[in-house]
Design a protein. Structure first.
Lengths: 260, 235
């Protein structure tokens, strides 16, 4: 598996798009720090960008890589390699190269600004961890969608729809249901509903750590009230891990049955 | 070496293979022929484990290939469309496949033979179709495995490369290997193949020597024999 991972990774970090992605984060990080002159404000702004953008990029890159390397995957399938090794290796290659762009791109400006001397270092690390989780989750979802759809136009549309649903539509539905059922106790409903959306989970995870009650929102407040900051962090992290494991497991299952 | 029993495969509503029985035990060049959509590629892909059959048994060297991937160590496969990762150079790709299979290779002889030296440091996305096919051939033939499967090996090759390819196939056959070829170039098949496996509508319609085929179809040449085979009433 590590060989496949290594080659997918090298293939990707040399592609133009990885550089564009890296440069984008470099610029975003530098500009935010330059304008805000405040680490913790920059972290909050970055959070808002990351929880929307990282899933989008993960989804698009995942689907694109799968379809683009289809013929090559067929070449690999004819080699004496286990099927699951090929797909998990490719998936990790994509996810890791994207994560690397994120970490380096944001890391450099923050380190130059003096991250290591500040108290916000853990907030920043948590931000990166969330970014990592989101990359792993959405690349895995993208690979799943691509595995189920031979037609790449369909695959692309479903992937974009999945992202749109999680990033935008889900929140709308969630809010609407909160309004519609406001006369009922909604605590456990809202906690459950949050668990089903990795983007919401990440937002809560970061805000719990930053401890900004004004930004927590209803679910975040419920989270904090019910579980406290420490346990809330733990719970949302484990929920995110489940979000990584389930699609990866399904990928493993599906790729063993699929015809190429 | 290769034993196929009652192989069935359906893609959606389309029943592609309808009970294929094939037993290849002796060495030689076997041409898998048939009209478009007769199931040639599906048959080859099931043999490679890329397509999973609905019913039937496949075994290579006496071992069932179900949930088994190690048997592919004995097979060299040339896919029909040569498409590789764009950001790699030819040399890196060859090194990578070598690394993945981890076996002794003779890539240098083949690189010289197909005159690929000037392209070694070029990216694969910049190569012409014929050059890609040559790289494809090097990747397939550099290993020394007892079974070789070539899916349309002649696509895009210039006459000199074609001559080299024919010589290689003959040499490999003399080493005692089993070589499966699909091709639509009848002259190539006639020159290379010892036996024909003719697929029609998911079944093996004819298996045997070219001479036997000519005799059965009462045709004077091979191309005519194949045409006769297709126009005969096959009830």
């Amino acid at each position: 598996m590590f060989k496949i991972l290594k080659y997918s990774f090298y293939d990707l970090i040399r592609s133009r798009w990885s550089f564009v992605y890296l440069l984008f984060y470099l610029m975003l990080g530098s500009v935010l720090l330059f304008l805000n002159n405040d680490l913790s404000k920059a972290v909050i702004t970055l959070m808002n960008v990351i929880i929307i953008l990282v899933p989008l990029i993960g989804t698009i890159f995942g689907v694109m890589y799968y379809y683009n390397s289809k013929e090559f995957t067929e070449l690999l399938l004819a080699q004496p390699i286990k099927r699951s090794t090929i797909f998990i290796g490719q998936y990790l290659g994509v996810a890791l190269s994207l994560s690397l762009s994120l970490i380096i791109g944001l890391g450099i400006p923050f380190v130059l600004y003096g991250l290591f001397q500040s108290n916000e270092i853990w907030d920043f690390v948590l931000l990166l961890i969330t970014g990592l989780f989101l990359t792993l989750i959405f690349t895995a979802l993208a690979f799943n969608i691509a595995l189920y759809n031979e037609n790449r136009i369909k695959g692309f549309s479903y992937a974009i729809l999945a992202w749109l649903f999680m990033a935008v539509i889900y929140d709308g539905l969630f809010l609407m249901s909160l309004i519609a059922f406001q006369s009922y106790p909604l605590d456990s409903f809202s906690i459950t509903a949050t668990m089903f959306n990795p983007i919401d989970l990440s937002r809560i995870l970061i805000l719990l750590k930053l401890d900004i009650s004004a930004l927590l929102g209803y679910t975040g407040a419920v989270f904090q009230k019910f579980f406290g900051t420490g346990f809330g962090l733990l719970l949302s992290t484990s929920a995110l891990s489940v979000w990584v494991l389930l699609p990866v497991f399904n990928m493993y299952r599906k790729c063993r049955k699929k015809d190429f | 070496m290769i034993k196929i029993e009652q192989l069935h495969k359906k893609f959606g509503k389309n029943q592609v293979l309808k009970g294929i029985d094939l037993d290849i035990s002796q060495q030689g060049v076997f041409a898998v022929l048939g009209p478009n959509g007769s199931g040639k590629t599906t048959l080859i892909k099931t043999l490679l484990g890329m397509v999973i059959p609905d019913r039937g048994n496949l075994s290579v060297d006496g071992k069932s290939i179900k949930n088994n991937w190690k048997y592919r160590n004995q097979i060299d496969y040339l896919p029909q469309i040569a498409n590789f990762p764009e950001n790699l150079t030819v040399q890196e790709l060859i090194a990578m496949i070598k690394d993945l299979r981890n076996r002794p290779v003779e890539d240098e002889r083949l690189i010289t033979l197909f005159k690929l030296e000037p392209f070694l440091n070029k990216k694969l996305s910049n190569l012409s179709g014929g050059t890609k096919q040559k790289v494809n051939l090097v990747l397939t033939l550099m290993f020394d495995s007892p079974i070789i499967i070539l899916d349309e090996p002649t696509t895009g090759l210039d006459p000199i490369a074609l001559l080299h390819l024919k010589a290689i196939i003959k040499a490999e056959k003399d080493k005692g290997k089993i070589i499966l070829i699909t091709s639509h170039i009848m002259s190539f098949v006639e020159e290379m193949a010892d036996e024909i496996v003719f697929l029609l509508e998911g079944k093996i319609y004819f298996k045997g020597h070219i001479e036997a085929l000519k005799l059965q179809t009462k045709a004077s040449n091979f191309e005519q024999a194949i045409a006769n085979l297709l126009t005969q009433d096959h009830v």
